[in-house]
Design a protein around this ligand. Sequence first.
Ligand SMILES: [Zn+2]
Ligand SMILES: [Zn+2]
Length: 358
Amino acid sequence: MRAAVLHEIGQEKLEVLDDVEAVGFGPGKVRIRVRATGLCHSDVSAMSGVLPQPAPFVPGHEGAGEVLDVGDGVTGLARGQRVLLCWLPACGSCPSCRRGQTQLCLAGFMNAGTPNFRRPGGDVFGFAGTGTFTEEVVVDAGCAVPIPDDVPFDIAALIGCGVTTGLGAAINTAGVEAGSSVAVIGCGGVGISAIQGARLQGAAQIVAVDPVESRREAALRFGATEAVAPEALADAKQRITGGEGFDYVFEVVGRSATARTAYETTRRGGTLCVVGAGALDDFLQLNMFELFFDEKRILPSMYGGGDVLRSYERAIALWRAGRIDLESLITHRVPLAGVNEALEQMRTGAALRTCIEI
Ligand SMILES: [Zn+2]
Ligand SMILES: [Zn+2]
């Protein structure tokens, strides 16, 4: 079958190959025919080596499709069932799961060293234990989450990572208060979802910050009250908050430089919510005096910062009710053979989300 493979970390392009096989099917596993997958920034970060990932590998972790085959012992899933792929399946029994913080369950990472695919040339891994830039993938049953029939595959795929991450940061982690001021730094699919979350929570001002003009324009359509380039952020802070800083600032880039800017843009006693996934060797510097004296709350948000399945259900409910716009998040569509176009659209910032239709 066909899949897009990165041969070595650091390469910029994927090779779409026809000789890939999805492996590992057996008890507790399901085989999925992937129908749609989004390109998330983490895929690019794994390709470049910013996020740890063994190679060769099939990127993609934001996907949806149909169940082709169900292994022994799997309950609640049947052939033909429509599912979204969860790259962080909850084991249900570890201390994090028992606390309701399934986004912190590490069980899914236990499979990270096990190849999901094979080629005549050898083993191929799947990114984050999934790997969705492929026609078929075998995953743990916990990674296959049933979706209602009225949720299209492309929408379900977005809920599988970007939408859940951004919405959850605003709703679960930061708990944006009605009437508050918000800045969101980085306005791709996740940042736009954070903007939609802040709008749902009733924020009075939402300032979108991004160097790409088309993204700033998009942010205004999704609920930002103002959109500025990074160099205009200090001015916006002065104008909108009287220089005090925003009640909430979301860092959706994953770099220490933008996190530092975000920290300085947060008011004393306000909340800096770190959503971007960054590198192991990129350190955020804070001095001990400001940390104590300014009492800014630094809240990292992993995969929406709350129970993952509950976050999916909420996103579906909000989408159905017309309270969030997910259709317009998909600005570009390509077939699997066009996956390198999708990467280019991500790198240039042209796309909010490119949906790869398989
Ligand atoms: Zn667990
Ligand atoms: Zn993602």
